[in-house]
Design a binder for this molecule. Structure first.
Ligand code: AMP
Length: 488
């Protein structure tokens, strides 16, 4: 079967290789577990299927991992009391497919020859399957189907002398995207892959070091933002303070541009830029590139709201909430089956008729993935009496899957990979449809446009140019049309 790997996401072997996640850690603070629960709560948008915390109490580790939301599992005094200790790391995850399995919930923990080791991972290791097969053939027994587990085995079987040397040895064998927070009895580690595809920041809470995927998780506990963990950097915090290593050859960064488009929370600063500001700038670029003859600008809430504000500003049109979102329903996309996803759009949004009736509406959303949301939303806006609907999308067409930790369906399910903009406009029944150009996106994210030789961001979901090898995918789907640009 040519599509084996992608379809195999629905099998037990590969079902958890595509995760969206948030990570958090606190080193040496009496309230470590409670702070971690709060941090994970702020990062809930990065993963809603399961959450876990591992704490360390003078060398003894406690583990709590649960399916479901942080607020449903980590707010009771009992749980926090069980998670004793002054160090803790935590993880939120959403895996795309397969049976939800507790053994895949992170942080993963193992007793190694060097002592207890816990790790929380955001991203996706693109050679995990190959590494796993090699480890298995030399006797490793895996406890989960998580790509992250290969790190633990590489660490445990490394011939290097010290723990840090083993850790470095392990991560040097990984390809793809990883922002990691790891913990032993003596130290906490924050680490990003050489390209820095996923975000990770360092904070200071009353003198204790904190790691978090996004700054919104520092804000919730009142921690001060110190700096990003740099791409390719390994930060070790211990009772000696903070040390920094550079285990990878220096390469230009490729931070994920989709974090700005959709994934990160708008109140976060990631990759040195405030997400809300970038989204508004995206809207202004879109207004310049693809103005709409409209009476009102309406966002698809919440994902399209900041870009719609920018679009309204940039086109001098009134902004109004023509669609109201029910906040007690999770993100549509997070729902695991097509049937529920279809229902989800209606559960989540309702038309605000007074705003829409008789108007020419410029409807702004961040992206179109499968096309389900746009189809339903446009229908809803028309039923509410809109005279015209002009859809504006605050990113380029999503034509390629992400293999670095943002859940996207396989390419054949990406509607922009199957239809031209004109076909798609007819399909979702809009009077006009326009996307932001890739150069416009780069401009909004602070670059002069996309440098075709050395793009500043990872934009594989829009360009199909993957900045790392996709070893597993190529092994199992050798004829796939992939463009991997190795940059020195
Ligand atoms: P769809 O119905 O598949 O076209 O869904 C598109 C909507 O899903 C957009 O409005 C986005 O806000 C949201 N979305 C886009 N990418 C993702 C993603 N990777 N994870 C979750 N939601 C997403």
């Amino acid at each position: 079967m040519p599509r084996r790997l992608i379809d195999a996401r629905f099998s037990s072997e590969d079902d958890h290789f595509h995760d969206e996640c948030g990570v958090f850690g606190v080193f040496r603070n009496a309230g470590a577990s409670a702070l971690t629960a709060l941090g994970l709560h702020a990062l809930q948008h990065r993963g809603q299927e399961a959450a876990g915390i591992v704490s360390c109490d003078r060398g003894s580790f406690r583990i709590e991992r649960h399916m479901g939301l942080v607020g449903d599992n980590f707010t009771s005094q009992d749980v926090i009391a069980r998670l004793r200790g002054d160090c803790a790391i935590g993880h939120n995850r959403y895996s795309t497919t397969g049976e939800p399995a507790l053994h895949n919930v992170q942080p993963l923990f193992a007793e190694t020859a060097m002592g207890g080791f816990a790790v929380a991972h955001n991203g996706n290791i693109t050679n995990a399957r190959k590494v796993r097969e090699a480890l298995r053939s030399s006797g490793s027994i895996f406890q989960s189907t998580s790509d992250t587990e290969v790190l633990i085995h590489l660490l445990a079987t490394s011939a290097k002398a010290t723990f840090i040397e083993r850790f470095v040895d392990a991560i040097r064998q990984l390809e793809g995207a990883f922002a990691l927070v790891a913990m032993t009895a003596q130290m906490m580690i924050g680490c990003r892959d050489a390209l820095g595809i996923r975000p990770l920041v360092i904070g200071d809470y009353e003198g204790s070091f904190v790691f978090a995927s996004e700054t919104c998780a520092l804000d919730i506990i009142g921690a001060r933002f110190v700096r990003d963990v740099e791409p390719g950097e390994l930060v070790i915090v211990s009772d000696r303070g903070l040390e920094s290593l550079r285990p990878f050859p220096d390469r230009p960064d490729r931070f994920c541009v989709f974090e700005y488009v959709y994934f990160a929370r708008p109140d976060s600063t990631v990759g040195g830029r405030n997400v809300y500001d970038v989204r508004k700038a995206i809207g202004r670029e879109l207004a310049r590139e693809a103005p709409a003859l409209a009476d009102v600008v309406v966002p698809v809430p919440d994902s399209g709201t900041p870009a719609a504000i920018g679009f309204a500003e940039g086109s001098n049109l009134p902004f109004d909430l023509g669609i109201i979102r029910n906040h007690y329903v999770g993100r549509t996309f997070i729902e695991p089956s097509d049937q529920i996803r279809h229902m989800g759009v209606k559960l989540k949004h309702n038309a605000n008729r007074n705003i829409l009736a008789g108007k020419r509406v410029a409807l702004v959303d961040d992206s179109i993935v499968r096309g389900t949301t746009s189809l339903k939303i446009v229908e809803m806006v028309r039923e509410a009496g809109a005279a015209e609907v002009h859809m504006r999308i605050a990113s380029p067409p999503t034509t390629d899957s992400c293999f670095y930790g943002v859940d996207t369906p396989e390419k054949s399910k990406l509607i922009a990979a199957r239809m031209s903009v004109e076909e798609l406009a007819r399909y979702i029944r809009v009077d006009s449809l326009a996307y932001l150009s890739i150069d416009g996106l780069y401009r909004a994210a602070g670059a002069d446009g996309r440098d075709a030789v050395a793009p500043r961001y990872c934009d594989a979901c829009f360009t199909g140019e993957y900045p790392t090898p996709l070893t597993d995918r190529e092994m199992h789907e050798p004829h796939a049309q992939l463009s991997f640009l190795e940059k020195a």
